[in-house]
Each structure stands twice: as C-alpha cells, then as structure tokens.
Design a binder for this molecule. Structure first.
Ligand code: T4K
Length: 393
C-alpha cells in the first residue's frame, strides 16, 4: 500500500491549525499505476472491452470468494443494479424503505413505478427500525428495501421474520457494506438480494461499478439477461432488459483493488479507533456504537452532535470547511424531503422523528487511506476547539 499522506507540508494558519491540504470525506485508494498497465495491455491485445469478458468473469469469481457469497452479477453502477434487482424479483406496488440514505435508494423504486413507503430508523444504528415496519405494511406492499447505512448491518433477523410473516421480499441496499461479515458469514447473504456500489467514494471501487449478490443460479441468470437488454442469445430476448454491464477496464481495476482491500480496511480501522479515542472527551459528540458483533469495513465515520455541543451541526460543518476540511452531511436532507417524495403521507416528519433528528445532527468525518495522524489531529482540533477538550497545541 502506498504510504499514507501526511499534512506536514501545509502552512500553519488560524490558531496554528494547518489549512492548506484539503481533507475530503473520502478519497479512493488507487493501487500503483504500473500494476494496472499489464491489465490494460491484455485488453489492448485481446480487444475484448465489454460484454462478459475475461476480467468480468474473473472478478465475479474473485468477489464470490472474497465476500463469501454464492453468485454475483457485476453492474455499471449501484443505481442500475438496484433498478435491475427490483425488476429481477418483479417487485410492484409499495416497498417499505428508509428515508435516511442516498437518494438512489428511493429513486430505484420510482424508476420501476413502485411507491416508496418510508418508515423511521433506529436511533443507535440509523438503519430501518424493524419495529416500525409492520405499521407501514398495506395490501399493496410487496417488499422491504433496507439499507446497511454506513456499512453497519441492519437487524437482518427481525426484518426477515416480518418478511416471512407477510410474504414480502427483501432487497438490501448494501452499497456501503462491501466485505462486512458476521462470524456466521457475509451480511450480503441475507434477504433475497443485496446490491453493492463500487463508486469512487466506496471502500472497494472500480471507478464506477456495482453488483447484485444473489443466492441461486437461476436468479443470477435472470439478472444477467436483464443487464444485457434481455438477450439470451443472438436472436432471443426474454425480458425488457437494460444495458448495465461492467466494462473490462472497470473489472480489471476491481481485480487489482482486491489485492489491497484488506490493507485498506485495516488502515480505516485504525482511523476509526483514533477518532473514537480522540473525540471521547468532546462534550456533545456521539459516535455510533463500535463494531463488536461483526467485521466492519469502516466505510464512513459519522458523528452526531447533540444539544451539549456548543454550536449547531451546520456551524461546525462550515468551520471545518473554513479549515479546508470537507466532511459531508450524509444523509441530509432526508430522501423524504426531496420534491418527488415529500407529497407521500409516509414522508411527513412526524412519521420520521428519529430520521429527521439524525439528519440534523450527523456529520461524516473524513476517512480514507490517504489520511495520516497529522490530518486526524487537525480535524479533531477543529471539532474540539468548540467542545470541552483542551487544545492540544
Ligand atoms: N445506495 C446508497 C446507500 C448509496 O450510498 C449510493 C451511492 C447508491 C445506492 C448508488 O450507488 P452508485 O450508483 O453511486 O454506484 C457520493 C457518490 O456519488 C455516491 O456513489 C454515494 N452513494 C454517495 C453516498 O456519495 P457525492 O455527491 O457525495 O460524491 P462527491 O462527488 O461529492 O464525492 C465526495 C468526495 O469524495 C469528494 O469530496 C472527493 C472524493 N472523491 C469523489 C470522487 C467522485 C474523490 O476523491 N474522487 C472521485 O472521483 O455522492
């Protein structure tokens, strides 16, 4: 792995805090360029650029092995994978989902003519609260689409019990949950399908990319048809498919990324631990519970500001930006507040009090392999400046 960056070359300004080097909510880990060249040479040599080429097939196999899942279908991006997952299971009517996610979660429903029904989230996990699902079920409900928000697993057992009782399908938006595992196996093995994103901002990236994880070969075959216009062979089209295929360049990058993924997650874990340690003394800052019962991927580092923190979340957000630190307010605004959703009765704020509060409190701090200790010190110092922690320098 390339050495982590240090912010030491930045000049000191504004109370001695380094401001020069921009620190983003995330930055992709890119393997050494020279290691990518042989993959490109192969593509140039074979001229096989897309349509289930050799790197595509290799990456599907490698990911099944790495993730511990039966079948995986690669996609151009996570959003098309979500749209296709709903098609694959022929979901119609209403689907219960979380408002506390990236807008693509609910957009995938609208693209399929499905009505999203928002249910509130759990205060500790910020995932769909299973206790709120049953009340949202109507005769039109056909499925639940929970999100493993920030890569933190949903209560998969409780959700499955409800799905079994009401004969509903479960499609997990697992865009954040690459590599997340229980001792018993991958979190991606739960529900009917799980959808991953390999976008540039994700722990494992193919620049753009995504995948559907599915348990059986028959469903995988239907998904493969759907992502290739519905073609089975040159003259047979069995479904109204779309073009969702991942290219050979993206698949090749995925193969190379896989070699470094354990190291990348290990570095993120160190950063997570450092933040927890350094923020412990800051009044009014809440970190989400530490990953104890599962193997995390440390995709995001969200903090929540409560009334004890001396300034608002947005004031701290601005303060950090003024110091050239760029956290993100994932997920503010709530999906249910966007114009195409806010007319729904389930989008009313009094139906979503926990999500509404979380969206006003949350700030995702920078986390990536590009961050060094100097960078983390710099971020924590800005946060602590207004909290109760004494200044460190
Ligand atoms: N479901 C969930 C729960 C999701 O979170 C997402 C995507 C999806 C579904 C859909 O999956 P995809 O179709 O995207 O595969 C980003 C991403 O665009 C989006 O993929 C992601 N979720 C969402 C949470 O975040 P923005 O608008 O915040 O990204 P952007 O461009 O502002 O990037 C954030 C920071 O990352 C930049 O400040 C710097 C860094 N960055 C970004 C890019 C694009 C880089 O260093 N290099 C880059 O190339 O949405």
């Amino acid at each position: 792995m390339a050495a982590v960056q240090s912010g030491s070359t930045a000049t000191l300004r504004d109370e001695g805090i380094e401001t020069d080097r921009p620190l983003y909510v995330t930055q992709p880990y890119l393997p050494p360029l020279e290691e990518f060249i042989p993959y490109l040479e192969k593509i140039w040599e074979t001229k096989k650029l897309t349509n289930n080429g050799p790197f595509h097939r290799q990456l599907e196999n490698a990911l099944c092995e790495f993730l511990g899942v039966e079948h995986i279908a690669l996609f151009t991006n996570g959003t098309l994978a979500l749209v296709t997952a709903l098609q694959a299971l022929r979901i119609t009517g209403e689907v219960i989902t979380t408002p506390f996610s990236f807008v693509a979660t609910a957009h995938s429903l609208l693209w399929n003519g499905i009505k999203p029904v928002f249910a509130d989230i759990d205060r500790d996990t910020l995932n769909l609260d299973p206790g709120r699902i049953e009340a949202a079920i109507t005769p039109q409900t056909t499925a639940i689409m929970p999100v493993h928000c920030y890569g933190r697993p949903c209560d998969v057992d409780a959700i499955q019990r409800i799905a079994d009782n009401y004969n509903l399908r479960v499609i997990y938006d697992a865009a954040h949950a690459f590599g997340v595992r229980y001792p018993s196996g991958s979190v991606l093995r739960h529900g009917d399908l799980s959808v991953l994103s390999f976008h540039a901002t994700k722990v494992f990236t193919t620049f753009e990319g995504g995948a559907i994880v599915c348990p059986d070969a028959k469903t995988k075959q239907r998904i493969d048809h759907l992502k290739n216009f519905g073609f089975v062979d040159e003259v047979t089209v069995v479904a109204t498919g779309i073009n969702g295929k991942m290219s050979e360049v993206n698949a090749a990058l995925g193969l190379l990324q896989l070699k470094y993924i354990d190291e990348a997650i290990a570095r993120r874990k160190e950063i997570d631990a450092t933040y927890r340690e350094q923020l412990r003394g800051v009044r009014g800052i809440r970190c989400l519970p530490d990953a104890d019962k599962y193997l995390a991927n440390y995709a995001y580092f969200p903090i929540l500001l409560d009334g004890d923190y001396p300034v608002s979340r947005d004031a701290l957000y601005q303060d950090l930006k003024d110091h050239n630190i760029h956290p993100r307010r994932y997920f503010y605004p709530l999906i249910s507040d966007f114009p195409m959703y806010r007319g729904l009765s389930s989008a009313l704020r009094n139906n979503l009090p926990v999500a509404t509060r979380a969206a006003e409190q949350v700030l995702c701090l920078p986390i990536s392999t590009a961050l060094g200790q100097t960078d983390l010190d710099r971020i924590v110092r800005v946060i602590a400046k207004r909290g109760s922690l004494p200044q460190q320098r």
